[in-house]
Design a protein around this ligand. Structure first.
Ligand code: GUE
Length: 285
């Protein structure tokens, strides 16, 4: 039997209509959520993401600014720009598109963003809030994964989740979030001996390693739910995940496609965070 598809695009649309309704309601009270996206340099992949984020803002009735600055912008210039938006009352969320040019320290930039406007959830205080359980701004891709599970009736509570990958952006925070959702979480990575055997223990398998089609059917327990966070560009220009979808589809019970799975949810959760930040900042509900 073939796995059911976790349609991230469709679930995204559902959540976006919920957000749209809230934005319409808040506009009557005089609040319009605002997001600024800062793009340093001309990385073509980043250009696409930034355009998608701006489109999402427009579609949901957010105020948005996109700031494109040259690759040779100094770190101090970028920090000054962040300071300006930290102080801008029309802006509730600040996103600096990563990766940054080599001469700019990512950490210095993330640390400079006001925690209240940290819609990526990358600031050390946001990371601390995630661990402690203070429900402030949660990182977008991890919360997107949890939404996909909940909205397909695959609640992680009581399940054994195996996460492959331990990045600060996905692996670590998604593990922490799933733990908060009462899953039992095993974190695996490139130095874990016998990855396939570990993966096979999972009721829910989350893969975020950046290796195209790494996960095959013998990594998956029959009936498991598979969340593929991978985004690999193949030589032919096509996008593919970290899971070999065709190989795994007959073993899993549910699976996210790439594209159309986790990706659209990342942008939707960014919108959700911006709305949340705007509500907190204004005191409106
Ligand atoms: N500060 C920061 N925050 C980010 O959240 C961030 C970032 N920097 N840098 C780059 C990565 C990447 N990222 C994606 C978001 C959505 C899709 C997405 O919507 N993907 C579509 C397909 C898009 C396509 O076809 O190219 C999908 O999976 O269906 C992809 C990638 C956010 N990122």
């Amino acid at each position: 039997m073939s796995a059911q598809i976790i349609n991230g695009k469709q679930i995204s649309e559902t959540i976006r209509s919920e957000i749209r309704a809230e934005v319409d309601r808040l506009k009557e009270k005089g609040l319009r959520p605002g997001l600024v996206v800062i793009l340093v340099g001309e990385d073509p992949a980043s250009q696409v993401y930034v355009r998608n984020k701006a489109k999402a803002c427009e579609d949901l009735g957010f105020y948005s600014e996109v700031v494109r600055i040259p690759a040779d912008t100094t770190q101090d210039q970028l920090l000054a720009l962040i300071d300006k938006y930290n102080a801008d009352a029309a802006i509730h969320g600040i996103l600096v598109q990563l990766p940054l040019p080599k001469h700019i320290h990512e950490k210095a930039v993330i640390d400079a963003i006001a925690v209240a406007k940290d819609v990526d959830g990358f600031h050390p205080i946001s990371v601390g809030n995630l661990m402690i359980g203070d429900d402030a701004l949660l990182p977008c891709t991890p919360s997107g994964c949890v939404e996909l599970l909940k909205r397909t009736g695959n609640s992680p509570a009581g399940k054994h989740v195996v996460v492959i990958g331990r990045s600060n952006i996905v692996g670590k925070p998604v593990s922490m979030l799933l733990l908060r959702e009462n899953a039992t979480v095993t974190m695996c990575h490139s130095k874990t001996p016998n990855l396939p055997e570990m993966a096979r223990q999972a009721d829910i398998l989350v893969v975020a390693v950046g290796v195209a089609k790494l996960v095959k059917h013998d990594w998956v327990k029959p009936g498991a739910v598979v969340i593929d966070v991978g985004m690999n560009r193949l030589p032919d220009g096509k996008l593919c995940g970290d899971v070999d979808y065709d190989d795994v589809a007959d073993t899993a019970s549910w699976i996210t496609p790439v594209p159309g799975g986790v990706g659209p949810m990342t942008i939707t959760m960014l919108m959700s965070n911006t709305l949340k930040a705007a509500k907190i900042a204004s005191g409106l509900n």
